[in-house]
Design a protein around this ligand. Structure first.
Ligand SMILES: Nc1ncnc2c1ncn2[C@@H]1O[C@H](COP(=O)(O)OP(=O)(O)OP(=O)(O)O)[C@@H](O)[C@H]1O
Length: 347
């Protein structure tokens, strides 16, 4: 194992780190940093029964919910794991080709790719094989909360306990880290997607209006808030299809309604943090009282979530500087910096 890692760190300068997320895929190229950040979406076109990739990433996301019958926009990652292995492989291939460009001299990079801590060995092998088939000469894996913590500049190599809560699209990973290892980890299958679904179902239940995932995500990003504002907050205009007579319609809701819709998924995240704290060894728990909890992932950007968790746990809570990039940055740093040797796995 050691010889494999030393070869890895010596090798060429075009190695690649990938944050293969449910919502977004970020690619970090050695010595260049994050060079690609696109939605994990692939549009597949079927002509005479034959399936072909029509678009990937940004171009494919624009088609979501608006495709004709013969084109399907697929998100190959669901709940933080690969739901459609073939499509995921196509997506990884596309992104690798895109970052390498035409002039690249190194066609077969070594790849570090992150996996959810709760993934099974079968799921991990599927991710590793997808990267191999996409052209990697060698594939290393890193656990997502470890990558998030490294990307958030947390003291993961020191004998000090710290807690990271990475709220992604499909999963929320809660982990206690110390000495390059995960002392405790739990993965809740609740993240940004469940928040979007909660908004869709709130609007359907209370207003008989059907809205798409993309509209719900926009509402969450623009108005999502963890606690109900006393004055009701801002007013939001939403367009969708009336479920009673089937015609397009516009309604108005308040930011307080959005908070109400989000209370269930946010409650599940708080519960995950509580369970992790209850299961943390006393010495490490004592460290967390000093170090506090760091939030990463896109869900960390919900307004007031840090404050809400602070109230619920009584611990200091902060949001990482660039929560959407932490996992990719950490995966890249783990690839580049020998100080993190030992956090990479072969399968
Ligand atoms: N400003 C924002 N406010 C609230 N949510 C946001 C914001 N920006 C992005 N998000 C949400 O964050 C999620 C994506 O986060 P991230 O890129 O960290 O996840 P991922 O790595 O793709 O998913 P996973 O870790 O589950 O594989 C999406 O659900 C997105 O809607």
């Amino acid at each position: 194992m050691a010889s494999m890692f030393s070869r890895f760190f010596k090798f060429g300068s075009q190695n690649i780190a990938i944050d293969l997320g449910t919502a977004n895929t970020l690619v970090y190229v050695q010595d260049r940093g994050i060079v690609l950040n696109e939605p994990s979406v692939v549009a597949i076109e079927t002509i005479n029964g034959i399936k072909k990739v029509k678009a990937v990433g940004d171009d494919a996301k624009m088609m979501m919910g608006k495709t004709p019958d013969n084109i399907e926009a697929i998100r190959p990652m669901r709940d933080g794991v690969i739901a459609d292995i073939e499509v995921a492989e196509e997506m990884i291939k596309h992104f690798i080709r895109k970052v390498q460009g035409r002039k690249s001299v190194m066609r077969y990079p070594e790849i570090v790719i992150c996996v959810p801590s709760g993934s099974t060995s079968v799921e991990r092998r599927a991710i590793r094989d997808a990267a191999s088939n996409a052209g990697a000469s060698q594939v290393f894996l890193i656990l997502e909360p470890m990558a998030a913590a490294i990307g958030a500049d947390m003291p993961v190599t020191e004998p000090v306990g710290s807690m990271v809560v990475d709220i992604g699209g499909g999963t929320t990973e809660v982990a206690v880290l110390s000495l390059r290892g995960l002392a405790y980890t739990t993965s809740v299958r609740v993240g940004g997607d469940k928040m979007d679904e909660a908004i869709v179902s709130y609007v359907r239940r209370h207003h008989n209006l059907l809205i798409g995932e993309a509209t719900a995500e926009r509402i969450k990003k623009d108005y999502g808030i963890a606690t109900i504002p006393a004055d009701g907050g801002e007013t939001i205009h939403i367009k969708g299809r009336d479920l009673v007579n089937g015609v397009p319609k516009e309604i108005t809701i308040s930011q307080a309604n959005v908070a109400e819709a989000l209370s269930e998924p946010i409650g599940a995240i708080v519960e995950g943090v509580r369970i992790a704290l209850e299961n943390t060894a006393p010495e490490l728990a004592a460290d967390i009282v000093d170090q506090g909890i760091v939030l990463t992932g896109g869900g960390a950007l919900i307004r007031g979530l840090d404050e809400h968790l602070r109230e619920e746990t009584g611990l200091p809570v902060s949001v990482a500087e660039d929560p959407l990039s932490c996992v990719a940055l950490g995966t890249g740093r783990a690839m580049e910096d020998p100080i993190y040797r030992g956090v990479l796995m072969t399968a």
